[in-house]
Design a protein around this ligand. Structure first.
Ligand SMILES: [Fe+2]
Length: 218
């Protein structure tokens, strides 16, 4: 009787552990409606980007972490690193990206006079317009998919432009503003004209969030 009970209890216990591991990461809700960034980013793009692409990274990260926990050898754990980096980076980057954006009627695109970030952009790039121009040129040059970053370099104490390929998270700097340069972020609306997407997105960048992030580290 005891051994029969064990044969039922043990599998149930291990399934519940696996389920807990698989449910660690969840898709964060957007702090605005899918159509709130129009006309700069269409509702269709936002909904697909959030519910399909970001959800895919969340699912992939949960699956990779679950496999990592179960992997019986160091060799098999190492083999999962690419999946952890790709899906984990995708989850981290998109979570930051949504908070980097704001509808125009909620302050999107507006960098306040006297803010710490504005002063730092003028110090490190000459002007806010020069910063945007340099950012767009650097990110337009990404070959394939990747991310463009306004980032804080803790060693030089300056703001710098950095790009990362694929879904690599930014690990060398503190991210202040991250812009998704994957085609899924703009193609339905801007087709192949990445420059138009990059010009438009500054109208919905949440500079208040970026200023708060900068003020935390500078
Ligand atoms: Fe994306």
């Amino acid at each position: 009787m005891l051994s029969l009970a064990r044969s039922f209890v043990r599998p149930t216990f291990s399934r519940s552990l696996a389920q807990r591991a698989a449910a660690i990461h969840t898709l964060p809700e957007l702090p605005y409606a899918y159509n709130a960034l129009e006309p700069y980013i269409s509702a269709e793009i936002m909904e697909l980007h959030h519910t399909k692409h970001h959800q895919g990274y969340v699912n992939g990260l949960n699956a990779a972490e679950e496999s990592y926990v179960k992997a019986p050898s160091t060799r098999e754990k190492i083999a999962l690193q690419a999946a952890l980096k790709f899906n984990g980076g995708g989850h981290i980057n998109h979570t930051l990206f949504w908070r980097n954006l704001a509808p125009v009627n909620q302050g999107g695109g507006q960098l306040k006079e006297g803010s710490k970030l504005k002063a730092a952009l003028e110090r490190d790039f000459g002007s806010v317009d020069a910063f945007k121009k340099n950012f767009n040129a650097a990110t337009a040059g990404i070959q394939g998919s990747g991310w463009g970053w306004l980032a804080y370099n803790g060693a030089t104490k300056k703001l710098e432009l950095v790009t990362t390929p694929n879904q690599d998270p930014l690990l060398t700097h503190v991210p202040i503003i991250g812009i998704d340069i994957w085609e899924h972020a703009f193609y339905l609306q801007y087709k192949n004209v990445k420059a138009d997407y990059l010009s438009a997105i500054w109208s919905v960048v949440n500079f208040e969030e970026a200023n708060a992030r900068y003020a935390e580290v500078a």
